[in-house]
Ligand binder design. Structure first.
Ligand code: CO8
Length: 250
C-alpha cells in the first residue's frame, strides 16, 4: 500500500497520508515518503502543495506509537531529529504548502500541520499535543511551533494538559487560517493556492524564505529531552497503557 498518495491537479501537488486504519499515524514509511517528495525541487513542476489525510477521521493522530517500543535514547533522539529535518524541508519549501485538516491532528500530526505554511481545518478537526498522556514530550517541533503560532501562555496550557483544541478555537488563536465545513478543506486550500498562483513566484519564494528563517536551537533541545523522556519509566508506562487500551498509572 502506498502510504503517501500523490496527485497533480493543475499546477498543484496534492499529497494524502494514506494509513486511515491507524488514523494516518506517521510511521517510518510515511516519513521516508515525505522526505523523498520534499527533497526534490518541487518549484520546477508545481505552484503549491496540499497535504491531507485519507479517510474522514484524521489528518494524522501522531507519530506511530507502535514504533516507540524498545527505542534506546540514541534511537529516540535520531528519530526525533530526523523527523524534525523532514518538517524543516516542508517549512523550507519555496512554494506554499497548506495542510488540509479533517479530524484529528494530534502529536506529530499537529506538528506536521504546523510545519506547513497554512492550515485549513474542517469544522470537526481537533488539534492537540497529547504526548504528556504517554509520559512523553513533543519531538517534532511543537515546543517551538505551537508557541510561535498561539503564544506562550496558551501553548503551555495545551502542552501540559493535552486538551484538544477545536477548529473554532484554533482559528481564534491563529493556529488555523480558515475553518470550512466537513469535506471541504482540500477545495478551500486549492482556492488559496489558486490565488497565490497569480502572484510572482519568486516573490512568493522570497517571502517564504524570510518568514521561515533559521531558528533551530530550541528544536535541538527538544530532541535531546524527547530522547530522555523516551527511555524513562514514565514513557514506558504511558506507551504500554495506550497499547493495552488502559489508563496510565504515573
Ligand atoms: N500511533 C499508532 N496507532 C494509532 C495512533 C498512533 N499515534 N493513533 C491511533 N492509532 C490506532 C489505534 O491504535 C487503533 O488501532 P487498532 O484499531 O489496531 O486498535 C486505530 O488507530 C484507531 O484508533 P482508536 O481506536 O484509538 O480510535 P478512537 O476514535 O477511539 O480514538 C484517538 C482516537 C483519540 C485519536 C486515539 O486513537 C488516540 O488517542 N491516539 C493517540 C494520539 C496520540 O497520543 N498521539 C501522539 C503520539 S506521540 C507523538 O506524536 C510524538 C511525536 C514526536 C515523536 C518523536 C520521535 C519518535
Amino acid at each position: 500500500m502506498d502510504v503517501l498518495l500523490k496527485e497533480q491537479q493543475d499546477e498543484l501537488l496534492i499529497l494524502t497520508i494514506n494509513r486511515p486504519q491507524a488514523l494516518n499515524a506517521l510511521n517510518k514509511e510515511v516519513f521516508a515518503a515525505l522526505k523523498a517528495v520534499f527533497s526534490e525541487d518541487l518549484s520546477a513542476s508545481y505552484r503549491g502543495i496540499i497535504l491531507s489525510g485519507a479517510g474522514n477521521k484524521a489528518f494524522a493522530a501522531g507519530a506511530d506509537i507502535k514504533e516507540f517500543i524498545g527505542l534506546s535514547k540514541a534511537d529516540a533522539q535520531r528519530l526525533s531529529a530526523s523527523g524534525q529535518e523532514v518538517f524543516f524541508l516542508i517549512e523550507a519549501s519555496t512554494i506554499p504548502v497548506i495542510a488540509a485538516v479533517q479530524g484529528f491532528a494530534l502529536g506529530g500530526g499537529c506538528e506536521l500541520a504546523m510545519a506547513c505554511h497554512m492550515i485549513v481545518a474542517e469544522e470537526q478537526a481537533l488539534f492537540g499535543q497529547p504526548e504528556v498522556n504517554l509520559g512523553l514530550i513533543p519531538g517534532y517541533g511543537a515546543t517551538q511551533r505551537l508557541v510561535e503560532r498561539i503564544g506562550k501562555s496558551k501553548a503551555i496550557q495545551y502542552l501540559l494538559t493535552a486538551d484538544m483544541i477545536s477548529a473554532q478555537k484554533a482559528y481564534a488563536y491563529g493556529l488555523v487560517n480558515q475553518v470550512v465545513p466537513q469535506g471541504q478543506s482540500v477545495d478551500a486550500a486549492k482556492k488559496i493556492l489558486t490565488k497565490i498562483k497569480t502572484k510572482g513566484p519568486q516573490a512568493v519564494a522570497k517571502i517564504l524564505s524570510i518568514v521561515y528563517g533559521d531558528t533551530k536551537d530550541g528544536y535541538k533541545k527538544e530532541s535531546e529531552l524527547f530522547a530522555q523522556a523516551m527511555i524513562s519509566d514514565e514513557a514506558n508506562e504511558g506507551v504500554q497503557a495506550f497499547l493495552e487500551k488502559r489508563k496510565p498509572n504515573f
